[in-house]
Write a protein that binds this ligand. Structure first.
Ligand SMILES: Nc1ncnc2c1ncn2[C@@H]1O[C@H](COP(=O)(O)OP(=O)(O)OP(=O)(O)O)[C@@H](O)[C@H]1O
Ligand SMILES: [Mg+2]
Length: 473
C-alpha cells in the first residue's frame, strides 16, 4: 500500500509540477512579449532623441517609458553603462546582465530571465519548487537602441513579477492540498476495498485452521461473486468430501474391528474351556479344536478381504491385463462352486452367448464372478436354481447372475455394495458372510471401467448385472 501511494504521489507531483511550469512559462512568454513590444517602441524614440544630439528630455522619455510599462526602465550605452534610470539610482553603473550582454554583443532581441533581487539568482525557466515567496522576483527585457544600423545602446525594463509568482504559488499550494485530499480519500477507499476483498480469505483461513485441528464439520460462508465465491464453493465441497471420507473411514474401522472381535471372543471361550478342563472328553476336545480352526479360517478370510479392498482402494492400483475369455472364467467358477450347489440340490446353468474375449485382469474378474455366484448359491434355498449369462451389447460384455432365492428387500438394494452391509445381520455365521464380497465386486468392476447394478423384482430372487467394456488390448 505504501509503495502504491509512493508511486501515485510521485506521479501526481510530476504531473502537477509539469503543469504549473508549463503554465508559468506561458504566462512569462505573454508577459515578455508584451514588455518587449512596448520596449521596442520606446527604443525607437530614444534613438530618435539621441540622434538629435540633444540629449535633454531623454530622462523624461525614460521616465515615461517606466510609467507606461509599469517597471523600471534603464538606458545603457554600448559599453553597458547606465545613462538614465527611471528610478534615478543606478546612473553610471555598468550592468552585466546576460540580457544586456547579448543585445550588445549581437544586437539580438533578448531572452528573458527571471531574477531574484535578493540573491541575484537568475532562472531561465521556472522551477516551481525552487521558488521562495519571500524573494522579490523580477523579469528583465531588453531592446537595442539602433542608430544608422549600429547598436548604440540598450534599453532595459525591469518589472516585478511578484503577482504572477504569487498566483503560481497559490496554484501550487492548491494542488498540494488537492493531492493530500485525494490521497486521503484513496487510502480510505483502499482500506475499505481491501477489507472487503480479504475478509472472505481470512474467514477461510480461520476455517482451515479449525479443520486442521480436527473439526471437519465447519464450512465457510459463501458470499460475493466471481473467484472468491468459486473458491468458497470449491472449498466447501472439498471439506464435505473430507468429512464424508472421514466418516466412512471411522465406520469402516469400527465395522472391521467388530467383525474381528466376534471370532476372537468365540475362540477365547473355547480355548479357555480347553485350558480349564484338562480332563475333557477327547471327542469334545477335537470338536473344540475344529471350531477354533474354523474361526481362524474365518478371521483370515476377513483379513484377506480387507486387504483386497484396501489395495483396490489406493489409486495406484494397476490392473494386470492379459488376453482372457470371460466365458472361460464363468465355466471355471461353475466348476468350483458346483460341489456346494449339488449339496444344496441347486442347479447352476450357464447361457454364454458370447465368448467375452477381452484384455483384462483375469484374477480380479475371477473374483468378481466367484463372489456373485457364491452369493447366489449362498442366499438361495435348497432346490433352487442359479443362472449365469453372458452377452455382448454394443462394446460391452454383459454378465448377469440371477437366482431363485428370496431376493433383496427394496430398501436394502442401495446398500448391498457398501462394506460390511448385510441384509440379515442376525444370520448365523454358517450362511452369512462379512458383507465385503459385493464391495470387492464393485471396486474391481469400476477399476475395469465397468459398472455393476442389482435388481430384485418382488418374489423373484436377485439379479446382478455387470457391464464390462470389451477392451481388446
Ligand atoms: N443373490 C443374493 N440374494 C439375496 N441376497 C443377497 C444376494 N447377494 C447378496 N445378498 C445380500 O447382500 C449382502 C451383501 O453381500 P456381500 O457378498 O457383500 O456380503 P456377504 O455375502 O454377506 O459376505 P462375504 O461375501 O463378504 O462373505 C449379503 O449379506 C446378502 O444379505
Ligand atoms: Mg458374498
Amino acid at each position: 500500500m505504501l509503495a502504491f501511494f509512493f508511486i501515485i504521489g510521485l506521479s501526481f507531483l510530476l504531473m502537477a509540477g509539469t503543469l504549473i511550469n508549463m503554465l508559468g512559462d506561458y504566462l512569462f512568454d505573454v508577459r515578455i512579449q508584451g514588455d518587449r513590444a512596448g520596449l521596442e517602441k520606446w527604443a525607437v524614440q530614444a534613438a530618435d532623441h539621441l540622434n538629435r544630439k540633444n540629449a535633454s528630455g531623454i530622462d523624461e522619455i525614460v521616465r515615461q517609458a517606466g510609467a507606461e510599462l509599469g517597471g523600471r526602465v534603464l538606458l545603457l550605452d554600448k559599453d553597458g553603462k547606465v545613462q538614465y534610470d527611471s528610478f534615478q539610482e543606478a546612473m553610471g553603473r555598468r550592468l552585466h546582465y546576460p540580457e544586456v550582454v547579448s543585445v550588445l554583443a549581437s544586437g539580438q532581441m533578448t531572452d528573458y530571465g527571471v531574477h531574484s533581487l535578493a540573491s541575484g539568482e537568475i532562472v531561465d525557466r521556472l522551477n516551481l519548487l525552487g521558488f521562495t515567496p519571500r524573494d522579490e522576483w523580477v523579469s528583465y527585457s531588453t531592446a537595442s537602441v539602433v542608430q544608422s544600423s549600429h547598436v548604440i545602446g540598450v534599453i532595459l525594463l525591469v518589472s516585478s513579477v511578484r503577482e504572477m509568482m504569487q498566483s503560481l504559488l497559490t496554484l501550487q499550494n492548491n494542488m498540494i492540498f488537492l493531492f493530500a485530499g485525494v490521497a486521503l480519500a484513496a487510502v480510505i477507499a483502499g482500506m475499505v476495498f481491501s477489507r472487503v476483498l480479504t475478509q472472505p480469505i481470512s474467514d477461510m483461513t480461520r476455517v482451515i485452521k479449525s479443520m486442521s485441528t480436527g473439526d471437519l464439520g465447519v464450512r465457510v460462508q459463501v458470499r460475493g461473486s466471481g473467484e472468491i465465491r468459486q473458491l468458497a464453493l470449491a472449498f466447501n465441497s472439498m471439506s464435505e468430501q473430507l468429512d464424508s471420507l472421514n466418516q466412512t473411514r471411522n465406520q469402516f474401522v469400527s465395522n472391521a474391528s467388530h467383525e474381528l472381535k466376534t471370532p476372537l471372543a468365540t475362540m477365547k471361550i473355547m480355548i479357555e474351556s480347553l485350558i480349564y478342563q484338562p480332563d475333557m472328553d477327547n471327542d469334545l476336545r477335537t470338536e473344540f479344536l475344529n471350531d477354533v480352526n474354523q474361526e481362524i479360517n474365518r478371521l483370515s478370510n476377513i483379513v484377506s478381504d480387507l486387504l483386497t479392498l484396501v489395495h483396490a482402494d489406493s489409486r495406484t492400483t494397476r490392473l494386470n491385463r492379459e488376453r482372457m475369455s470371460l466365458a472361460e472364467v464363468i465355466k471355471d467358477t461353475q466348476h468350483r462352486l458346483n460341489p456346494i450347489a449339488e449339496q444344496n440340490n441347486q442347479e447352476i446353468t450357464l447361457n454364454l452367448a458370447d465368448s467375452g474375449d477381452m484384455y483384462a485382469d483375469k484374477a480380479k474378474l475371477q473374483q468378481v464372478v466367484y463372489n456373485l455366484v457364491e452369493n447366489a448359491v449362498k442366499y438361495t434355498p435348497p432346490g433352487g436354481w442359479i443362472k449365469v449369462s453372458l452377452q455382448r451389447v454394443g462394446r460391452d460384455a454383459v454378465l448377469t447372475v440371477s437366482d431363485s432365492g428370496a431376493g433383496i428387500p427394496r430398501e436394502s438394494l442401495p446398500h448391498v455394495f457398501e462394506r460390511f452391509y448385510r441384509v440379515d445381520k442376525a444370520r448365523g455365521r454358517g450362511t452369512g458372510g462379512t458383507g465385503l464380497g459385493l464391495s470387492i465386486v464393485q471396486q474391481y468392476v469400476n477399476l475395469h471401467g465397468g459398472s455393476v447394478r442389482v435388481d430384485s423384482p418382488e418374489g423373484q430372487g436377485a439379479v446382478f448385472t455387470v457391464e464390462l467394456p470389451l477392451n481388446k488390448g
